[in-house]
Write a protein that binds this ligand. Structure first.
Ligand code: PRP
Ligand code: ZN
Ligand code: MG
Length: 226
């Protein structure tokens, strides 16, 4: 177990779609920070709540290891790493505490435009490129489909054209990426948005009160936005 701390740490994305809205949301909750020179760690001024700016993929692990108390991350990333943990027998180590009403997207299967989509049976024996191998493998298994999962960390949408996969499973927001690559969405695996993630068990030190207060403020801010 991680050592006791009296300051709270929140991990958010350093660069990318969730970075700016995450920071604005926390500012609206009354948090402010003294900017550190390297900007990876921001020391909280108004409250003992520090910010850690990281890659979104690292956020679930930072909570699981007790390095951070909260994180703002896509439900897609949280679910993928949760599914991957379960596959190797690890216990759940974090949970989505609140939906935050931004960063909406879908994890979808997309096929070349010329395919005539008739249903999941069509996936038998096909190669599917994705950065979400655990969610995809669970989804395929639940449907009894035997397809090959090809894991790629990025540029998934180019795989069909390169011939390294037949179709893809990736996030779709505006749909522009699919259209630019002559792909069309056919199945939704997951509806995602930014969430506040936290540990399965609340730490029993000074952080517990801070966490409860921040959740109350967050509920006020997110509900007003509706
Ligand atoms: C996702 C996805 C596509 C893009 C789709 O990437 O991998 O590249 O968004 O969005 P669109 O439908 O609006 O074109 P993301 O922004 O999450 O970044 P990443 O691929 O670098 O993780
Ligand atoms: Zn990422
Ligand atoms: Mg992308």
């Amino acid at each position: 177990t991680a050592p006791a701390r009296d300051r709270l740490r929140i991990a958010i994305q350093k660069n990318g779609r969730l970075a700016e809205p995450a920071r604005s949301l926390l500012t609206a909750c009354g948090l402010s920070w003294r900017q550190s020179r390297d900007k990876l760690f921001c020391y909280g001024e108004s409250l003992p709540v520090d910010l850690l700016l990281v890659r979104d993929d690292d956020i679930p692990g930072l909570i699981a290891d007790g390095v951070c108390d909260f994180g703002i991350v896509g439900r897609n990333e949280l679910d993928e790493q949760g599914a991957a943990r379960r596959r190797i027998g690890l216990p759940d180590a974090y949970q989505a505490l609140r939906g935050l009403n931004f960063g909406q997207c879908r994890l979808m299967l997309a096929v070349p435009e010329e395919w005539e989509w008739t249903g999941v049976e069509q996936l038998a024996g096909k190669r599917i490129a994705t950065s979400y191998p655990a969610i995809l493998a669970d989804w395929l298994a639940a449907r009894g489909v035997d397809a090959q999962v090809v894991e790629l960390s990025g540029s998934v949408e180019i795989a069909p054209r390169l011939g390294t996969a037949d179709l893809i499973c990736d996030l779709v927001s505006s749909g522009a990426t699919l259209a630019a690559n002559q792909l069309k969405p056919v199945e939704t695996l997951l509806e995602s948005e930014a969430v506040l993630a936290g540990p399965v068990r609340t730490p029993d030190d000074a952080r517990a009160g801070l966490m409860a207060m921040l959740l109350r403020r967050l509920d006020g801010v997110v509900n007003v936005q509706d």
